[in-house]
Design a binder for this molecule. Structure first.
Ligand code: GLU
Length: 371
């Protein structure tokens, strides 16, 4: 039997009732099924939601918190409660679990990204089950992953998972909205995420932060990274085991055969741009044929970025073409843009790089599909 590294994401609707109280039987089943997989030699990471829901019930709140401090405080109470339940249940099956709380910022800086990866590797090597959630108590809008579907696909990517299973309150992806159309049919396998699939997904599941659309976005990240992903109903017993055994459950997203290398994936998925460069047509053609971005092709520079920051590269019509890490700050780019190398070396004493963005540090958005 092939041993696998599996990420299982459980959403709020699978973990808590509407008033935020925990669905203990369902959590117990999740823990039992994942413990069994670990006993068999697989490695499992659980990405859990439910902190805000559980916090609401503990604090006696009847409506979800609205402002950021209220949400953060509620999540802080609920996260502790969730971990208490997970730890107790995993201990019953003689397993250790560990809390890993992440913010988008943790994965944006390459060094912190690599540190996170080392933490996961070390936990898994000790047979510990990492329980991951967004660090809601400190995350503010600018540094949020946004939803745990996205977070789970980024974690799957970070650890090089063999499979991501997203457990939801719906059986999978349908060809039409199943809540509105009784003829809607479940799609068992998705080879390519087409516009029809995205349209059909809209409005299909409203619970939790992420509906079906965020799950499709997660699938896009996984399939581009060569990781298979399944969306299935978390209330069906034995489902995780079936998914790991390769049996048909829910909707299976087929990973792409040729996928982006790890560094380009980090550039594409984990980084938020700090500025924008507009380039001329010649530079656009050069980038499309795999070349680096030179100062001469840049016509405009906006934002206040530093050396090593991520920027978006756009064409004259404002269409985003690429993302890349710059070799020069915004001040320097404004000084050297539109100039050829011989001119720049006369102007700047320190001109260490010919390229504003080297092709190794550049990812074309056309290679990501849908962007
Ligand atoms: N991090 C949130 C929580 O634990 C959930 C976010 C989501 O469900 O997407 O309550």
């Amino acid at each position: 039997m092939e041993l696998k590294r599996i990420v299982v994401k459980v959403g709020t609707s699978s973990l808590t009732y509407e008033d935020g109280r925990l669905k203990l039987e369902q959590i117990e089943r999740l823990v039992r099924e994942t413990s069994d997989l670990v006993n068999e030699g697989h490695q499992v990471i659980v990405v859990t939601s439910g902190a805000i829901g559980a916090g609401m019930s503990r604090l006696g709140l009847t409506t979800p918190p609205k402002n950021i401090p209220e949400k953060q405080a509620t999540a802080a109470v609920g996260q502790g409660l969730l971990m208490q339940v997970y730890s107790r249940l995993f201990a019953e099956y003689c397993h250790i679990c560990a809390q890993v709380l992440l913010t988008a910022e943790d994965l944006e800086l390459r060094q912190r990204y690599l540190n996170c990866r080392n933490t996961f590797e070390t936990l898994l090597s000790k047979n510990v089950i990492p329980i991951v959630n967004e660090n809601d108590s400190v995350s503010i809008d600018e540094i949020k992953f946004g939803d745990n579907d996205m977070l789970s696909s980024l974690v799957a990517n970070l650890v090089g998972a063999d499979l991501l299973i997203i457990l939801s309150d719906i059986d999978g992806v349908y060809d039409k909205n199943p809540k509105l159309d009784p003829d809607a049919k479940l799609i068992p396998v998705i080879e390519e995420i087409t516009n029809e699939i995205v349209n059909a997904a809209e409005g299909a599941s409203g619970l939790g932060t992420g509906g079906m659309v965020t799950k499709i976005n997660a699938a896009r990240i996984c399939t581009l990274s060569g990781i298979p992903m399944i969306i299935a109903n978390g209330s069906v017993p034995g489902l995780i085991r079936k998914a790991v055994n390769g049996e048909s459950v829910g909707t299976f997203f087929v990973p792409q055969k040729s996928f982006l290398p790890s560094r380009k994936r980090w550039l594409a998925f984990y980084n938020h741009p700090h500025g924008q460069l507009v380039i001329d047509q010649g530079a656009e053609i050069a980038l499309q044929s795999g070349k680096s971005l030179l100062p001469v092709g840049v016509t405009k520079c906006t934002g206040n970025f530093n050396v090593g920051d991520l920027v978006t590269v756009c064409n004259q019509d404002g269409k985003a073409l690429a993302k890349g890490l710059v070799n020069y700050s915004a001040v320097e780019v404004n000084f050297i843009k539109g100039k050829i190398s011989s001119e720049i070396s006369k102007l700047l004493a320190d001109y260490p790089y010919e390229e504003i963005i080297h092709r190794d540090n550049l990812v074309m958005l056309s290679s990501l599909g849908g962007e």
